[in-house]
Design a binder for this molecule. Structure first.
Ligand SMILES: C[S@@+](CC[C@H](N)C(=O)[O-])C[C@H]1O[C@@H](n2cnc3c(N)ncnc32)[C@H](O)[C@@H]1O
Length: 409
C-alpha cells in the first residue's frame, strides 16, 4: 500500500543487477545462461565507488576513470553492453585460460566467473593506477583465479601462455605478434580493431599463422597506449570554435584542407540511391562495404553546432564516410521516405566535382544493396610479410605487424 509519506525505496544492488541483465538480454548483448549468471553476480559498483550506483548498472554507461592532458579518455570501466558483447564473442568455457588486455577488474571478474575454479584469468594493464584498482576490486570481491599484471599488453603475457581466449578491451589499429603466438590453435581473439577509422570488436579464430573473423560489431573504446599507440588524426576543414568539422585520417592520403574548407562553403549537391534502410537497421555493413570499395574514404566528424548551423547535414559520433577527390568531397546522408519506418540513403557533395563524387558514392551504395546486402564481410589478419597473391581479394589495410583484409562473398 502506498501512503502519502512513503518514499520509493532505492533499488537494492541485486535489483539493479537484475534490471541491467534484463536489458542486456533485450539488447541481444547477453545471450547464454552462464554469461547472464556472471552479470547477475559481480558487484560492479564496487569498482567505481565514487560513481552513482544506478549509473554503473546502466547497460550503455561506461564509468570514465582517467582522462589525459588533451581530454582524451584513456581508462574506464567499460559499459556492460560492450562487456557482454565481447564475452559472448569469446565463447568462454569452464576451465579455460584467458588473457585480458586492458584491465579494470570488472571484466576480469566476469571472466573469472565463466572459467571457474579450474580456469585462470590474466589481466594486463599498462597503467599501475589501474592495476592497483583492479587488484583491490578483485580482492574485495573474492576472485582468486585472476593474476593482475602491470605491463604493456603489446607483448601479451608470455609467462602464462598459451591462452584459449584473448580479450582486448582497448582500441588497437594492429595485432601484435604476441597475441597470435600466445593464442592456442583454434583459440579466439576478441579485439576492438580499428579499420580505416572505424572500430569493430571482431571475434577472430586462429588458423595457423592467420586469424579469420567469426562475427564483429561496431564499438567505441579508449585508444591503446605504449608501443602499439596509433591514433587517428583529425584534419579540420572548418575550424570555427565550437562548430569544427574535420576528417578523421587513418592511413588516408593527406587532404587539401584549404580547398575542402572552401568547398564546404559552396552550395551542396545531392544524389539519391533509391536504397532504403529500416529505422532500426544499422548502416555498419554498408559502411564496411564503402570502405572496402572506395580508396579515399575518411570519416567526417562534426560538432553538433556545425549541424545545427546547417554546415553539414549528417553527423554521427562514429563519423560519416566521406569520399574525397582533390578539392571536392561527398558524404553519406539519409532522407525520410513515405514509409515512416524506412529512410533513403544518398550523398551530399561539395566542391567543383561535388556532383560526380556524390554520384560515385551513390553507385557504391547501390552496389552494396545489389550484391552484398545479404552477406557479411570476412576480416582476416596475415603477417606483414605476406605477399599480395596470398591474400584474399578485397581491401588490404597495412599495419606495422599485419595485413588486415576485408573480403566479401
Ligand atoms: C576500457 S579500459 C579497460 C576496461 C576493463 N577491461 C573493464 O574491466 O571494464 C582500457 C584500458 O586499457 C589500458 N591500456 C591502454 N593501452 C594499453 C597497453 N598497451 N597495454 C595494456 N593496457 C593498456 C588503459 O590503461 C585502460 O585502463
Amino acid at each position: 500500500m502506498t501512503t502519502e509519506n512513503s518514499a520509493k525505496a532505492p533499488a537494492s544492488e541485486q535489483e539493479l543487477r537484475d534490471a541491467m541483465v534484463q536489458q542486456l538480454i533485450e539488447l541481444g548483448a547477453a545471450r547464454s545462461p552462464r554469461v547472464v549468471a556472471a552479470f547477475r553476480t559481480v558487484p560492479r559498483h564496487l569498482a567505481a565507488p565514487d560513481a552513482d550506483m544506478t549509473k554503473v548498472y546502466e547497460p550503455e554507461q561506461a564509468a570514465i576513470t582517467k582522462t589525459d592532458a588533451n581530454g582524451t579518455h584513456i581508462s574506464s570501466v567499460s559499459a556492460p553492453r560492450i562487456q557482454a558483447t565481447q564475452i559472448e564473442q569469446a565463447a568462454i568455457q569452464e576451465g579455460m585460460r584467458v588473457l585480458e588486455i586492458g584491465s579494470g577488474g570488472v571484466n576480469a571478474a566476469y571472466l573469472a566467473e565463466l572459467v571457474g575454479g579450474q580456469g585462470h584469468v590474466v589481466t594486463v594493464d599498462i597503467d599501475p593506477d589501474v592495476t592497483e584498482r583492479a587488484k583491490d576490486f578483485l580482492k574485495a570481491t573474492g576472485y582468486r583465479n585472476v593474476t593482475v599484471v602491470t605491463a604493456d599488453g603489446e607483448n601479451g603475457d608470455g609467462a602464462h601462455a598459451p591462452y584459449d581466449r584473448i580479450i582486448v578491451t582497448v582500441q588497437t589499429a594492429d595485432i601484435p605478434p604476441a597475441w597470435i603466438d600466445q593464442l592456442a590453435e583454434g583459440g579466439r581473439l576478441v579485439v576492438p580493431l580499428r579499420m580505416r577509422g572505424m572500430t569493430r570488436t571482431v571475434a577472430f579464430v586462429r588458423d595457423s599463422g592467420r586469424l579469420v573473423s567469426d562475427g564483429f560489431e561496431l564499438c567505441g573504446f579508449v585508444p591503446m597506449q605504449g608501443a602499439g599507440e596509433n591514433r587517428v588524426r583529425l584534419a579540420l576543414i572548418h575550424d570555427t570554435e565550437g562548430e569544427e568539422v574535420g576528417l578523421r585520417l587513418d592511413g588516408h592520403p593527406e587532404p587539401d584542407t584549404q580547398a575542402l574548407s572552401a568547398a564546404l562553403q559552396t552550395p551542396r549537391t545531392t544524389a539519391w540511391s533509391g536504397v532504403t534502410l529500416a529505422g532500426d537497421e544499422s548502416s555498419e555493413h554498408l559502411d564496411l562495404w564503402l570502405t572496402t570499395a572506395l580508396d579515399n574514404l575518411p570519416l567526417m566528424a562534426a560538432k553538433p553546432a556545425a549541424r545545427q548551423r546547417g554546415l553539414v547535414a549528417s553527423a554521427s559520433p562514429l563519423g560519416v564516410p566521406t569520399l574525397v577527390d582533390g578539392a571536392s568531397f561527398a558524404y553519406r546522408t539519409v532522407r525520410p521516405t513515405d514509409d515512416p519506418d524506412r529512410y533513403e540513403l544518398g550523398a551530399i557533395g561539395h566542391g567543383p566535382e561535388g556532383q560526380k563524387v556524390a554520384a560515385l558514392l551513390v553507385e557504391e551504395i547501390q552496389a552494396w544493396d545489389r550484391d552484398h546486402r545479404d552477406h557479411r564481410a570476412r576480416i582476416e589478419v596475415y603477417p606483414a610479410r605476406t605477399p599480395d597473391d596470398q591474400l584474399p581479394a578485397g581491401r588490404v589495410i597495412d599495419r606495422p605487424h599485419t595485413r588486415v583484409t576485408i573480403s566479401w562473398p
